[in-house]
Design a protein around this ligand. Sequence first.
Ligand code: PBG
Length: 325
Amino acid sequence: MSGFPVVRPRRLRENPVLREMVRETELSLKDLIYPLFVIAGKGIKNPVASMPGVYQVSVDNLVREAEEVVKLGIPAVLLFGIPEPGEKDEVGSPAYAPDGIVQKAVRALKKEFPHLLVITDVCLCEYTSHGHCGVVDNGIILNDPTLELLARTALSHVEAGADMVAPSDMMDGRVAAIRGKLDAHGFTYIPILSYAAKYASSFYGPFREAAGSAPQFGDRRSYQMDPANSREALREVAQDLEEGADIIMVKPALAYLDVIRLVKENFNCPVAAYNVSGEYAMIKAAAEKGWLAERPVVLEVLTAIKRAGADLIITYFAKDVARWL
Ligand code: PBG
């Protein structure tokens, strides 16, 4: 007994070269997906007040944004559409219009940047007058009548050239409905990234400002998951995989690291995590006030999401990370 500790974890922390060599988790640009908001019109670049650095852009400016994304080495984008306000209706028709805003955007992007992976968010809330993700009757969000509309939306995105579709509505059976529709039209190899464990979170506030998709009455708790549940997330994921989902998403990310880990440990599929708008806004606001140092905090948060088990991260910080790494 020398009186000295034999086991000293600090031995591996002293030398920065060795510290890096034994690092368990590495954040990579190749894992990041950058969300973009595309709006009808021309020459538009509207800043989103609660998300500094994020804009609603018209298709012409979207192409410029994408050019920057490609130059920075970010492999993929996730598209959200904002139709003209007058276009919205009870059944979200602009979501599945062949010449809808996302469909136009996809065509423009794939023409200019064939190697950029273009993923589209499939949902109705940006396109319905009531702002819910499904068809509404008497204040109830109807599940089954919504499925065909989601499937049609996904098909129209893929027909426009989308590389992958990402249903975010949380209706039961939507993955099967979309898979069936795509397969019937010969798109058997277009993967589905399912928002499988999507919680009824208060962290989506800034997004709803960006996408103009706040529900006009009530909330989304009858279809999105209760933040108190994690076993239920496993059921959702199991069901979506059975229906043909290829990649599973947990959303939000930061307050749900345990769910990311659970999904990772229970299923052999790639896991994506959505570092959502409210998570972005919190850091931006604190950094603006000088209360947090933005760069190390962002890198710490994204590394933690990866450490928890995410293979892919959807984040509004993607361009910043590309510049930092
Ligand atoms: C559409 C959708 C939402 C988000 C992604 N897809 C909002 C919602 O469900 O209300 C949120 C993304 C974010 O907050 O960054 N259903």
